[in-house]
Design a binder for this molecule. Structure first.
Ligand code: ADP
Ligand code: MG
Length: 326
C-alpha cells in the first residue's frame, strides 16, 4: 500500500548577494543581485507502508529540503505530495498527529527541563490518553535505557543521551510515519547501534514507516529496505537496497613498530597500496567482498605488531559517482 506519493517536487531558494564594502552595500539597497539555487529539481518517488527508506546523498544534495517539505515545515514551489491523503503543508494541523520527526540539528526537548517534562508536554499537545502514554513511555525507557537520563535537565545530557530522548518525543503519540534527518550524526558506534535497533523495533512492532536521511552508508545498509539517492536536487537512484552495489572497499591506514616489508605487501591479493606514508606507515585499499576484514588484516600484519590502525569507508561521493557511471 502506497503511503507517500511525491510528484515533480520542486524547491528553489533565493539568496541575495551583495559585494563587499560600503558602496556596494548602498547599491544593494536599490538593486540586489539575485541568486537562485535549485535545491530540488522536480523529484518523483513513492513509499510503501512499513518501508524503511534511506535518503542518501552528499552534503547539499537536497535531503533536508525534501524532508522538511514532507513533514510540512516548508512549502515547495511546485509539485504534489500525498501522504495518507494529506498535503503536508496544507493540512499541517491534522497531519502532524500522524507523523513524528527527529531532526538531528534541532531539538524538540527543553534545554532547562528534564526530558520527562517534555514528554508530558507532548502528551498534552497531542492529547495522548494516560494509559497509552504510560505504556509507550515504559516501553521506550526499556528499549533505549533511559530510566535515569529522563530525569536530568536536558542541558546536562550527552548528545547520545539527548538523541535517545528525541526519539521518545517523536514516537509518544504513535505516529504512522517518522522522518529522521541525520539522527546519528556525531554519535559514537554504541549510540548509533542503540538508535538503529530502536528504529528497527518500532518499524517491526508498530509498523511505523521510516524515512531517514543520512550520509552514513552504514546507517542505510543496516536499516533500509529501499534507498533513494539524491544528488544536486535530482534522484539518481531509487530501488531496493539489494540492487545497490554497495562498495566492499575499505581504506586502512596501518602503522607498525617495525619497518614494513613492501615487497611482500605488494604481493598480497585484494590489497592495494594507496600511499606509503613512511617506512612504518602505509595506507591501503582492501576489498572485503570475499574475505573478512580481520583475516585481511592478519595477512597484512605478517605476524608483526600493530601500533595503530584506522579503517574507513570510501566517501559517499565515490559511491554516487560509481552509480552515475553505470
Ligand atoms: N534557507 C536556505 N536558503 C538558501 N539556500 C538553502 C537554504 N537551505 C538550503 N539551501 C541550499 O539548498 C541546498 C540543499 O540543501 P539541503 O536540503 O540542506 O541539503 P542536504 O540536507 O542534502 O545536505 C544546499 O546547497 C543549501 O545550501
Ligand atoms: Mg541535511
Amino acid at each position: 500500500m502506497t503511503i507517500i506519493k511525491v510528484e515533480q517536487l520542486k524547491k528553489e531558494y533565493t539568496a541575495y548577494e551583495r559585494g563587499e564594502g560600503f558602496l556596494e552595500a548602498v547599491k544593494s539597497l536599490f538593486k540586489r543581485r539575485k541568486k537562485v539555487f535549485r535545491a530540488l529539481k522536480g523529484i518523483d518517488f513513492s513509499v510503501k507502508k512499513g518501508d524503511i527508506v534511506g535518503f542518501l546523498g552528499p552534503n547539499g544534495a537536497g535531503k533536508s529540503t525534501a524532508l522538511k517539505i514532507l513533514s510540512g515545515i516548508l512549502y515547495p514551489d511546485s509539485g504534489n505530495v500525498n501522504i495518507m491523503g494529506f498535503t503536508p503543508w496544507k493540512d499541517r494541523k491534522k497531519y502532524v498527529s500522524h507523523i513524528g520527526a527527529v531532526f538531528g540539528q534541532k531539538s524538540q526537548l527543553f534545554w532547562d527541563l528534564p526530558p520527562l517534562d517534555a514528554f508530558y508536554f507532548q502528551k498534552a499537545i497531542y492529547k495522548i490518553n494516560e494509559d497509552a502514554f504510560q505504556e509507550q513511555l515504559k516501553k521506550f525507557i526499556k528499549m533505549l535505557h533511559i530510566e535515569d537520563i529522563i530525569k536530568r535537565p536536558t542541558r546536562q545530557l550527552s548528545l547520545g543521551e539527548r538523541m535517545r530522548c528525541e526519539f521518545v518525543m517523536a514516537m509518544l503519540h504513535q505516529p504512522k510515519i517518522i522522518f529522521l534527518d541525520e539522527p546519528t550524526i556525531g554519535l559514537d558506534i554504541i549510540a548509533k547501534g542503540t538508535i538503529r535497533n530502536f528504529i528497527r523495533e518500532i518499524n517491526k512492532e508498530q509498523r511505523v514507516t521510516v524515512i531517514i536521511t543520512s550520509h552514513d552508508l552504514e546507517d542505510i545498509e543496516n536499516l533500509c529496505n529501499k534507498v533513494i539517492i539524491i544528488n544536486k536536487g535530482d534522484i539518481v537512484f531509487d530501488d531496493k537496497i539489494k540492487k545497490l552495489k554497495i562498495s566492499r572497499k575499505k581504506y586502512i591506514t596501518i602503522s607498525f613498530y617495525e619497518k614494513i616489508n613492501l615487497k611482500k605487501l605488494k604481493k598480497l591479493k585484494g590489497v592495494r597500496i594507496k600511499k606509503i606514508i613512511s617506512d612504518y606507515i602505509v595506507r591501503l585499499e582492501v576489498n572485503t567482498y570475499k574475505e573478512y576484514l580481520d583475516e585481511i588484516i592478519k595477512r597484512i600484519r605478517m605476524g608483526k605488531r600493530i601500533k595503530d590502525l584506522d579503517i574507513r569507508e570510501p566517501p559517499i561521493v565515490d559511491v554516487i559517482k560509481r552509480i552515475y557511471k553505470k
